[in-house]
Design a protein around this ligand. Structure first.
Ligand SMILES: Nc1ncnc2c1ncn2[C@@H]1O[C@H](COP(=O)(O)OP(=O)(O)OP(=O)(O)O)[C@@H](O)[C@H]1O
Length: 491
């Protein structure tokens, strides 16, 4: 079969437009081929984390099999037992502390695990449990008696690949699963063969390992793209991702695309990449969860942003916080300045070397660092339950060509905004995001974000910070904090 202009071998199926309603769709029946500070904080948060299952967000399911009824109980489960999983996998799930499936898991798992395997394009908000859904699919399709790579998962950052692997290992704890990374500087050059059942990595390194036949893909049955809209973005990772796909065997691989966002411009590409997929989609107005309260602070200028950030420091360190900047040099500059002034902050971005990145994220994950100043490198997927505040020091921007910059032609990068704020408010927990705006342009960019997401962003006076801090210190009460900062928007 010929490759088309996008480099695909198969013809595109009829596109399914991004629905403005919540829909579930099914695919056609033809096979397609010691207590750390973090642990303590997590435990506290867990006492408060049952909201998700009560969440009233709806998903739309579209089944590729047009005859099938997406509302059939067959396509929604209420317990993990109903999936007919192997006992070893069930044990793994319960050992992770999961007692019942989340909404996306309820709807996606029956479709993901049905036979013959079918592709899926799955969307649900950040922190709602997509990882467990695709990891369970990979693990349940692997034949552990065969020392062959059978499932491949790609993610946009090494940090996310490492996190996904931790889920594979935890969920597969009672199985014989063998795993390997395809991330930069991990495997020694002398390694000539990887036989791990599940390989998780980033697209560049994965391509290299498959090309050099270090990874033999002949038995691969499942191919997962986490943060799929980013992985398929033709101005970014799309080419490399497609290269990996084109090296996999045809007609035997179940392709799973997951993300909290699927903007219109990648949806067509996604439909071609995972043809005849069952689809789970969100309404455009439900892209972010309501338990993340969004605020903004009106700063006078760039320098004032820095002063406001410093004035927030005590507040940032009550739980854990992530500060997002548009550029690496900004992250470096403000972290160096804050450190020089005696504040304890860590900084992470793509220019740091691999082992340093691993040390920094691990330290933050363990709660040894409370404030992480970073770029979009960890805007997606990173799951650290005790992060209760995200600050957009710079709003995420794109220019006409889809490049990230801060120039005048830049417009807000809505998807990145949704993913950034989704680093807090995980799995029903409460979280706060604060945007810094400092001029007409950033104000208008924030308005565009508010309009696009349909969620109100409320003003906090910069001089309310002391009062906010007092409430947080004295009462540890998020409810009171919210009431305090939910003042009128007056601009
Ligand atoms: N059924 C469950 N019961 C309890 N906790 C769960 C369950 N499923 C997932 N979780 C937890 O919810 C958190 C968020 O899950 P996960 O990281 O998979 O979210 P996600 O939907 O992939 O988010 P993102 O879009 O940001 O990548 C994780 O800490 C995970 O362990």
């Amino acid at each position: 079969m010929e490759k088309d202009a996008d480099g695909f071998y198969s013809p595109a199926p009829a596109g399914n437009p991004y629905s403005s309603d919540c829909i579930v769709a099914a695919a056609p029946s033809e096979p397609n081929s010691e207590a750390t500070p973090a642990a303590e904080a997590t435990k506290l948060a867990d006492d408060d984390a049952s909201h998700l299952v009560k969440s009233d967000f709806e998903v739309s399911v579209t089944l590729a099999d047009q005859q099938a009824d997406p509302n059939s109980p067959l396509f929604s489960i209420k317990t993990f037992e109903q999936l007919g999983l192997h006992q070893d996998l069930l044990k793994g799930i319960y050992d992770m502390g999961f007692s019942k499936p989340s909404k996306i898991q309820e709807r996606a798992l029956p479709l993901l695990l049905s036979n013959p395997p079918q592709n899926m394009i799955g969307q649900s908000q950040s922190g709602t449990g997509k990882t467990a859904a695709f990891v369970l699919t990979m693990l349940s399709r692997v034949d552990f008696s065969k020392p062959k790579t059978q499932a491949i998962c790609l993610a946009p950052s090494r940090e996310l690949a490492r996190q996904i692997m931790s889920v594979v290992v935890a969920m597969g704890k009672f199985t014989a699963v063998q795993t390997e990374y395809a991330i930069k500087d991990h495997l020694p050059k002398t390694v000539t063969r990887v036989d791990a059942h599940v390989v998780v990595g980033t697209p560049g390194t994965m391509t290299d390992l498959i090309r050099r036949r270090v990874i033999d893909v002949s038995e691969v049955k499942v191919f997962v793209l986490d943060e799929a809209d980013d992985m398929l973005n033709q101005d970014g990772l799309g080419d490399q991702t497609l290269r990996v796909k084109n090296m996999l065997p045809r007609n035997q691989v179940q392709i799973l695309l997951f993300s909290a966002t699927f903007p219109d411009n990648v949806r067509n590409f996604a439909n071609k990449f995972a043809p005849n997929a069952n689809k789970i989609e969100l309404q455009k107005t439900e892209l972010s969860v309501d338990n993340i309260r969004q605020f903004y602070m009106d700063c006078k200028n760039e320098e004032h942003k820095y002063e406001v950030l410093v004035s927030l420091y005590n507040l940032l360190t009550i739980g854990q916080s992530i500060i997002f900047c548009q550029h690496r040099h900004t992250a470096d500059r403000i972290s160096q300045r804050m450190s020089a002034e005696g504040h304890k902050v860590a900084s992470l971005h793509g220019a740091k070397d691999a082992s340093e990145r691993d040390t920094i994220i691990d330290s933050f994950r363990e709660g040894r660092e409370k404030v992480l100043i970073t770029t979009n490198v960890i805007a997606r997927g990173i799951d650290i339950l005790q992060v209760n505040m995200v600050v957009n020091y710079d709003l995420p921007l794109l220019n006409e060509r889809g490049e990230r910059n801060n120039k005048d032609d830049a417009h807000p990068d809505i998807e990145t905004y949704i993913h950034r704020i989704g680093r807090t408010g995980r799995f029903g927990r409460k979280g706060i995001s604060i945007n810094f705006v400092h001029d007409k342009r950033t104000w208008s960019q924030m308005e565009q974000i508010e309009k696009a997401t349909g969620k109100q962003i409320v003003r906090i006076e910069t001089n309310d910070v002391d009062e906010m801090e007092e409430v947080r210190n004295n009462q540890q009460s998020y409810g009171a904090l919210y009431q305090l900062i939910a003042c009128d928007r007056s601009k």
